[in-house]
Design a protein around this ligand. Structure first.
Ligand code: NAI
Ligand code: GGE
Length: 289
């Protein structure tokens, strides 16, 4: 699809990867709605675009992607102010990692609510409008290479959510294609961002009873490495993926061997197929009364 003249709604669009995608979509002629839980990030992003005389092409909305009512209101506001969206980027996410033995239900609920249910909520609230407008479009979901690569228990909650985002994107592809809406799942390696501030972004209702408080404080001290990729470089990859309706976008080849090993072991575990018409057995009523 063409990007010029289209509206893009980007969750977590005021920092890091989302902000990099925002900059490159704007540079290619899109109008932006940036939705973010952090008002300070939104104010900073707004100022960035105003300084470049692009303020009229950027609208900001405070949103927690785990709040379905807020997501519904954000969809209405986007349509009213900027039209569309034609492009939905479900990118907002946090790092909910910590010693697995210390994880509580609060940590699981938090990690899944933001990193997996966030994209699901985005699709549930935005896809019907995108379909109804009949203009086609594109949906980008930010997962991670951590959703494909075998991960340590420290990252279990994150990896579960990101594997879900990959499967979510793959499994809605045919349905969205019926309405000329393409899908992309982004699987980044290390990118310069403020993901180490995740502790500040944990919604109030997920705070009490977390086992990861110490870990969040340690994470907050981590410094961004020069070797990590620039978010605008990721933005350029997403511009190409939207134009060409590319399903998978990986930013780094560094975990290829680990992913290959995983899939080789999976293939090796599968016996030779015996003739069996599975779809025919699904089609017949199983319990006649
Ligand atoms: P970031 O922290 O710089 O940007 C994320 C933005 O999302 C922030 O502005 C934050 O305020 C916002 N946000 C957090 N929780 C939110 C919520 N509940 N509702 C709405 N907005 C919320 O971090 P980064 O790294 O740019 O993260 C973006 C996505 O990229 C995440 O899904 C992350 O898991 C993913 N990712 C990041 C990688 C990296 O190396 N930075 C690598 C692979 C994936
Ligand atoms: C840069 O910060 C992070 C983070 O705090 C959590 C997760 C990630 C980045 C990413 O999603 C990736 C790194 O690119 O996750 C991994 C983390 C550790 C080892 C391997 C990873 O992915 C293959």
């Amino acid at each position: 699809m063409d990007i010029a003249g289209k509206t893009a709604f980007i969750t977590g669009g005021a920092s890091g990867i989302g902000f990099g995608i925002a900059q490159r979509l704007l540079a290619n002629g899109a109008r932006l709605v940036l939705a973010d839980i952090r008002q300070d990030h939104l104010d900073e992003a707004r100022q960035f675009f105003e300084e470049r005389q692009e303020g009229r092409n950027v609208h900001t909305i405070r949103l927690d992607v785990s709040d379905r009512a807020m997501m519904r209101e954000a969809a209405k506001e986007c349509e009213a102010v900027m039209g569309g969206p034609d492009i939905l980027v479900n990118n907002a996410g946090i790092d909910p990692s910590g010693p697995f033995e210390q994880a509580t239900y609060q940590d699981w609920d938090y990690g899944i609510a933001i990193n997996l249910m966030g994209p699901i909520n985005g699709i549930m609230e935005f896809a019907p409008g995108m379909r109804a407008r009949g203009r086609g479009g594109h949906i980008v979901n930010t997962a991670s290479l951590a959703g494909l690569t075998p991960m340590p228990s420290f990252m279990a909650i994150y990896a579960v959510a990101k594997a879900g985002v990959i499967t979510l994107t793959e499994s809605i592809r045919d349905s969205m294609a019926q309405d000329n809406i393409g899908v992309t799942v982004l699987m980044p390696g290390p990118i310069k961002s403020r993901i180490h501030e995740s502790g500040q972004n944990r919604p109030e209702r997920f705070r009490d009873g977390s086992g990861f408080r110490k870990n969040e404080e340690q994470l907050a001290q981590r410094v961004v490495a020069d070797s990590w990729m620039e978010p605008t470089e990721v933005g350029d990859m997403i511009v190409d993926a939207i134009r060409n309706n590319t399903l998978y976008v990986s930013t780094h080849g560094n975990w290829k061997d680990a992913v290959e090993q995983r899939f080789r072991a999976l293939m090796d575990s599968m016996p030779e197929a015996k003739p069996f018409d599975f779809s025919a057995t699904l089609a017949v009523p199983r319990k006649p009364d």
